[in-house]
Write a protein that binds this ligand. Structure first.
Ligand code: SF4
Length: 114
């Protein structure tokens, strides 16, 4: 039995996940917590947020994120590629900055116009 905190919403419910009972979840106040608890122990994922360099803009760094959650095991590989990226202004929020970054299956997208 593992106890984890649900991070899906600010309530922060304490979840108990029973690995021996097919990852049965208890302690959740809504269905999203049940899904989170199971996935966190079987295939944990996160949306990665960071910044990359940009030239020709008012600021030197462009906020970016993956367009959907990626496996936690892929986060280091994605972060390692960010230093090599140089975006060029103008950029619109939602523009794809890098496709399928680090073979994660996710695109890296701009979080703002710059
Ligand atoms: S179980 Fe539901 S209510 Fe509780 S923290 Fe997770 S999302 Fe929020």
């Amino acid at each position: 039995m593992k106890e984890i905190i649900c991070i899906v919403c600010p309530n922060g419910c304490r979840l108990q996940v029973d690995e021996a009972a097919d990852y049965a979840v208890s302690g959740h106040k809504c269905p999203r917590g049940k899904t989170y608890g199971r996935e966190e122990l079987t295939n944990p994922v996160r949306t990665l947020t960071s910044t990359v360099r940009i030239e020709g803009a008012a600021y030197p760094r462009l906020p970016v994120k993956t367009d959907h959650p990626i496996p936690k095991a892929k986060i280091s590989a994605v972060m390692a590629q960010l230093d090599a990226i140089l975006a060029r202004s103008p950029v619109k929020r939602g523009d794809i900055i890098a496709e399928n970054i680090a073979d994660s299956g996710a695109n890296l997208v701009a979080c703002r116009d710059l």
